[in-house]
Write a protein that binds this ligand. Structure first.
Ligand code: CA
Length: 444
């Protein structure tokens, strides 16, 4: 588990003024990585670090400062747009780069004049997915989501008996993961209309979002050699936001007996910035299992995980319909939940479980956390939950109603960490946002 160090100091400020703006997701204590090109130039991809409303372009930064040799070596692949190479660096090395970037961006840094020329406004950047994602596995870690969705699909048997023993997951598609801002067409598929016995082929009428975290893997274990709980935390590089779009009507017809398939694989959208596990260190919480519930098996248990396996991340879903956008009305918040409260399993447990059979992970693999629904009814991380399976429309501020998504709807997920009591001991850091708009289905 990452220890706190000088890069987490709440007193640090940056010479980039917007990093100190109230509610800013990217103060100097965050320093997340993203992959971008400068929109107007359409030039080479490079990795940058978000600071305030700017990006420190590591491609330009490499050549304007006399970095220590080890830092310069690590900046090489980043300058070339390769985050995966950096993810594979040891925790000591990654921490050294973070410390160097933190020092350089601090108020009073000797590098200010040189690095000020390496800033790119985030509004001028074209982002891509942050790394080469080889495989994508989606989990199902919120017991509240599992129970309320289970109730809709199986009223008499909502939570299946394996849930409290096994971190449930399935293999998703990496090919259809897009970065925030990439809109997508409503999918078509096989749907069984209510009360009928044969399916029709049609555009999904029950298109939904799922509020998830994306965890990026930095380890590559040899096939046959599991990653134990002791090493599982070090297999994690960082977190972003993930919207795992879902066609509920397609899902209901296809999901038995092998689970999700075309209802999920048409599009998934991730936020552009990866917040490192080191940046998240101040927001760790103990992992506890309710008394009376089965304790995790030994291969899913470690002292470090019990002490600080959970992470306090507030998550939000916002919706802006086309009518709202046309009227200049802002997005409306649909729900809020918290990762530590929603999730029945920790990220380290997902790593240990995924590899316990000998399955090999690769650098750049992405884990979806599963929909992060809280225990209360209005904390559902999907419209399926908020609309009680489509029976109770959600009311929007302008009088519009939604049971599921309509064409032109824009869904925005946000996430941030702050001290639970709002105390200034740790500076608030954010994951940024992931947004995309539903386009009409392909015709014919
Ligand atoms: Ca999902």
């Amino acid at each position: 588990m990452t220890q706190l160090n000088q890069t987490h100091d709440a007193q640090l400020t940056s010479w980039v003024p917007s990093a100190q703006a109230l509610g800013c997701d990217f103060p100097i204590q965050n320093l997340p990585f993203g992959r971008f090109q400068i929109q107007a130039k359409q030039d080479d991809w490079r990795i940058g670090v978000a600071i305030g409303d700017q990006i420190l372009d590591l491609r330009s930064a490499l050549s304007v400062v006399a970095w220590p040799a080890e830092v310069a070596r690590m900046l090489g692949p980043l300058a070339a747009g390769d985050l995966n190479a950096h993810m594979a660096e040891s925790s000591v090395n990654r921490s050294a780069l973070r410390a160097a970037l933190s020092t350089s961006l601090q108020t009073g840094s000797a590098h200010q004049a040189a690095l000020a020329k390496c800033l790119v406004a985030q509004s001028d950047a074209q982002m891509s997915v942050p790394c080469r994602i080889g495989d994508y596995t989606d989990f199902f870690t919120s017991i509240h989501h599992a129970t309320s969705v289970g109730k809709l699909f199986r009223p008499d048997n909502p939570l299946l008996p394996n849930y409290k023993y096994v971190p449930i997951g399935y293999h998703g598609r990496a090919s259809s993961i897009n970065v925030s801002g990439t809109n997508f067409k409503r999918p078509l598929g096989q749907i069984l209309p209510p009360g009928q016995e044969t399916p029709v082929f049609a555009p999904s009428k029950r298109l939904d979002y799922e509020l998830e975290l994306a965890a990026y893997i930095r380890a590559s274990n040899v096939q046959g050699e599991p990653i134990s709980m002791v090493d599982a935390e070090d297999a994690l590089f960082g977190l972003g936001l993930l919207n795992d779009w879902s066609a509920r009507d397609v899902q209901a017809w296809e999901y038995q007996p092998l689970g999700p398939f075309l209802a999920k694989s048409f599009a998934s959208t991730v936020s552009p910035w990866v917040v490192t596990m080191e940046a998240l260190a101040p927001f760790r919480l103990p992992f506890t299992r309710a008394e009376g519930d089965p304790q995790p098996m030994p291969y899913l248990t470690s002292k470090a995980n019990s002490d600080s396996g959970a992470i306090n991340i507030t998550l939000e879903v916002w919706l802006q319909t086309k009518t709202m956008a046309d009227a200049g009305a802002p997005a409306a918040r649909l729900s809020t939940s918290n990762f530590a409260e929603a999730s029945y399993w920790t990220l380290a447990q997902l790593v240990a479980h995924h590899t316990v059979n000998g399955c090999n992970l690769q650098v750049g693999d992405m884990f979806g956390s599963g929909t992060q629904s809280g225990p209360k009814l209005d904390e559902g991380g999907s419209l399926l939950e908020l609309s009680k399976g489509g029976k109770q429309p959600v009311e929007l501020p302008n009088g519009e109603r939604r049971t599921f998504l309509e064409d032109g709807d824009t869904v925005i997920l946000r996430g941030y960490c702050q001290s639970p009591d709002g105390s200034p001991s740790h500076v608030r850091i954010g994951l940024g946002e992931v947004r995309a708009t539903v386009l009409p289905a392909r015709v014919g």
